[in-house]
Design a protein around this ligand. Structure first.
Ligand SMILES: [Zn+2]
Length: 237
């Protein structure tokens, strides 16, 4: 890919009728016999379970430099164990990883862009980063309360009910949540049409719960609301 880019750049400058001094210098450089051996793309890193959304271009540059130096110093042939080296070096640089799979605990999580979910390549478990599950009777939410995970619900008939991240739900209960148990915290101003609907609908409104606890208000702001996923019209998740 990089070779193609260099060839295309050279072709582009050669086709121009006149070149600036800088362009001429670049063309001279491109005419030298340079053949790149290895390129590093963020997709490579994503395949090894690193959260490339939180990795900067500068961190990628540093990683590429490390890998190149390592190849030059050792007698490892290129490609022989590229993937192991990539993972090892990225860990040395403490690049952020996706969380381990909540179902099987493997470190092979990737972000499925098409579906907008995280997915484990080992057991195929998927989960959303921004969805919560309302844990209430017959499920027992006391584990989450004791570990300060999630936020309390005051509307539920179950006194200990709690909204917890889907990830923690799967990790604790070893099962997928029921479809109707999914909730999303909507912030102001998106929350307004649920808190003060133009056309009140008792059945739907009863399922929405204003965020009123201290931690929830601190995290989601004033006038946020828990809305069942099935009642969110837009934006789509
Ligand atoms: Zn898994």
């Amino acid at each position: 890919m990089l070779q193609q880019l260099l060839d295309d750049l050279r072709g582009y400058f050669e086709s121009k009728s006149s070149l600036t001094e800088t362009e001429q210098a670049l063309l001279n450089w491109l005419k030298e016999d340079i053949f790149p051996l290895l390129t590093l793309q963020s997709d490579d890193l994503a395949q090894k379970g690193f959260d490339v959304r939180r990795i900067t271009a500068e961190q990628m540059r540093r990683l590429a430099r490390r890998i190149t130096e390592n190849y030059c110093q050792s007698e490892t042939s290129v490609g022989e164990n590229f993937w192991e080296k990539l993972e090892e070096m990225a860990e040395v640089l403490r690049l952020p990883r996706y969380p381990r799979c909540p179902a099987c605990d493997h470190h092979r999580t990737i972000f499925d862009q098409h579906r907008g979910v995280l997915r484990c390549e080992v057991c195929d478990q998927t989960w959303h980063e921004d969805l919560y599950v309302l844990v209430e009777f017959p499920d027992d939410a006391s584990y989450f309360e004791e570990n300060d995970i999630g936020y309390p619900s005051f509307d539920s008939k179950d006194n200990g009910a709690r909204y917890v991240p889907e990830y923690d739900y799967i990790r604790h209960f070893h099962k997928d949540p029921a479809e109707i148990a999914y909730y999303k915290p909507l912030r102001w101003p998106e929350s307004q049409s649920y808190l003060f609907p133009d056309e009140p609908n008792d059945a739907v409104d009863a399922l929405c719960e204003p965020v009123s606890d201290e931690k929830g208000t601190a995290d989601f702001g004033e006038q946020a609301v828990w809305v069942p996923l099935c009642n969110i019209k837009k934006p789509m998740i």
